[in-house]
Design a protein around this ligand. Structure first.
Ligand code: NAD
Length: 361
């Protein structure tokens, strides 16, 4: 075994069914007497549920969280924090709502309790991505880590099937890249493989029955593990490429990850064979990239970037952007090969390990 460094994130996690009921005790523990409840407009019902549980500890609701944490929205939320004299936040929702909670914590130092309702994993990371004037900036600080995360399986039962599938593959992407991260370590790799296994087993069942509690429990557990991987080690080609595609062509977050993952893994396959073997073992297939392409198809994910809004003429620009700012990846990032993978992802055709294909010719 090689030398390694492992750093645990100082977070308290409560996991199970009906765990939202523990929210008042958590706020008391953290000394939060007036919480601002954050949500998206779609989840005002769940925000209202939080208010009814918290009663006098709820100062008010701000239900305007939006994708990619726009700074303007954060400014409005900060006004509400001041107006209501809030001394903590409770974020209930997916990655967009968690992002808003982190943006508030970053500016105010207020404690946060996050109640994730999707599989995005942001609650486990010290990363804050924000957008202003069409530009996305990302920073990392322990200041944005939530004090407590409450995973309540019951809250995920309402997640639409399509979001469950794409959000689940988004989570698998965190763990897949953790397995070949430059700063990988055996503890995170254990979590990564288990996270992938749990989600790969659960997602097909959720696709048949969105309210299947056993599968939902397994998926949320897997998403937590995958989020922890994202928070602990550095990501590579897949995350950088999805970040570029989402930011430059305004593509939806989870769908982009879901469509790209088989292709980015195929690109890295020859450079990270051990990681690929672990991913393949976790999903119960012979081949990581092909297996995930099959899983995505089986759970009804749109596998082509064309179908989620990318134009064919943007493929070249995307390939150019992908090689503009160099970053570490197990295989060097080569423009022509990257163009090829984006073109395949755009068309929705099967992933190709171009290195292996070249040696076979
Ligand atoms: P999202 O939070 O935008 O959710 C998509 C929609 O689904 C929203 O309208 C939301 O209200 C709704 N929704 C979520 N859970 C639901 C449920 N259980 N029932 C019904 N509706 C539900 O999307 P997401 O994929 O969860 O998160 C994407 C965002 O998170 C992006 O902005 C991304 O950049 C960010 N993100 C950040 C990190 C990080 O570490 N900073 C990590 C992952 C994702």
């Amino acid at each position: 075994m090689q030398n390694f460094t492992y750093q645990a994130a100082p977070m308290r996690v409560i996991f199970g069914r009906g765990t939202l009921g523990q929210l008042p005790a958590e706020l008391e523990r953290l000394g939060i007497s007036r919480a601002l409840i954050l949500a998206t407009p779609n989840q005002t019902k769940q925000a209202a549920q939080v208010v009814s549980i918290l009663r006098h500890r709820a100062a008010g609701i701000f239900a305007e969280a939006a994708m990619h944490t726009p700074v303007d929205v954060t400014k409005h939320a900060l006004l509400r924090v001041r107006e209501l004299d809030a001394n903590g936040v409770v974020a209930i929702g997916g990655g967009s709502t968690t992002g808003l909670g982190k943006a508030i914590a970053w500016r105010t130092g207020l404690p946060q309790v996050v109640v994730p309702t999707s599989y995005a994993g942001s609650e486990m990371t010290p990363i804050l991505g924000e957008t202003q004037d069409g530009l996305k900036t990302t920073q990392s600080s322990p200041k944005v880590l939530p004090e407590t995360v409450i995973y309540d399986v019951d809250l995920t039962l309402t997640m639409p099937r399509s979001l469950s599938a794409t959000s689940g593959l988004n989570a698998i992407a965190h763990a897949a890249e953790a397995l070949y991260a430059r700063d990988q370590n055996p503890i995170i790799s254990l979590m990564a493989e288990e996270g992938i296994r749990s989600l790969a087993r659960a997602l097909p069942k959720i696709c048949i029955d969105a309210r299947a509690v056993g599968a939902r429990t397994e998926a949320l557990y897997g998403a937590w593990l995958c989020g922890a991987c994202l928070g602990a080690v550095g990501m590579a080609l897949h995350h950088k490429l999805c970040h570029t595609l989402g930011g430059s062509f305004n593509l939806p977050h989870a769908e982009t990850h879901a469509a790209m993952l088989p292709h980015t893994l195929a690109y890295n396959a020859s450079a990270a064979p051990q990681a690929m073997a672990r991913i393949a073992r976790a999903i119960g297939r012979d081949d990581a990239a092909g297996g995930l392409f099959g899983l995505a198809g089986a759970i009804g994910v749109r596998r082509s970037l064309r179908d989620i809004g990318m134009r064919e003429q943007d493929i070249d620009r995307a390939a150019g952007l992908a090689v503009t700012n160099p970053y570490w990846n197990p295989r060097p990032v080569e423009r022509d090969a990257i163009r090829g993978l984006i073109a395949r992802a755009w068309a929705g055709t099967a992933p190709v390990d171009d290195v292996k294909s070249a040696t076979l010719v």
